[in-house]
Design a protein around this ligand. Sequence first.
Ligand SMILES: [Zn+2]
Length: 288
Amino acid sequence: MGLVPMKTILSQAEEGNYGVGSFSVANMEMVMGAVQAAEELQSPLILQVAEVRLNHSPLHLLGPLMVAAARKSDVPVAVHLDHGMSTPVIEQALEIGFSSVMYDGSHHELETNIENTARIVQRAEKYGATVEAEIGRVGGSEDGSENIEMQLTSVGDAERMEKETGLDALAVAIGNAHGMYKGEPDIRVDRLREIKACTSVPLVLHGGSGISERVFQQCIGAGVRKINVATSTFNQVTEQVNDTFASKGAYQNYFDLHQDEVKGARANVLKHMNIFGSAGKASEVKMK
Ligand SMILES: [Zn+2]
């Protein structure tokens, strides 16, 4: 099936009432692990990298690798720029072949966020790419460097955002936060339902690391179609490597280390695809 626009995957998820994981990757090993999991479960997949992570994983290197992996895959894969902040980086991702970009203007006033999002929607159109934007503010920060206070998405703002920008997917702030949660997060499924009732685009839940299976399912039932998973995959890759080191001692060669990274990423992606209900849905995704 290969590389597809993210909206193609999300509209099928809307029809089938399930969620699709958008998994952050930082290197080739993690890309391989995520794609293996998707192919094994015959699930649609979204591969993503956030702008703040590009210092570690430069876009001109990781981007083409993600796109190549998607093109070669036998399941539908969207390649997504997460939390795009600057127009040049968003443009670069589109040029590389990303089938989706997020413009994150959540730190701006509503008017500016709407204006900038509408501009990105126009630019993405000529690439046939999907645009996600954020309204309200998800807590924490994508790379854990700041402790941003969550601002619950207002229903009226979400309605305006959709109407005035023509965006394809909307990230909401409903008590979710980036990084690992300190306790059980208080996810406002009631607010999610209110937003869903007044909007028609697929909704996106950021901060998927540490939300319980039960709450994930409530969110999907209330209309979330894309769920971002980053921290838990990075943690699982690290744990896999640490476990091998603890049980078998120092690595004797690089390729065992490579294999453990693939394995850690694959395990976390498999787990979330099963929770989100996207397993077995690959063949239902149709190009429109
Ligand atoms: Zn996010």
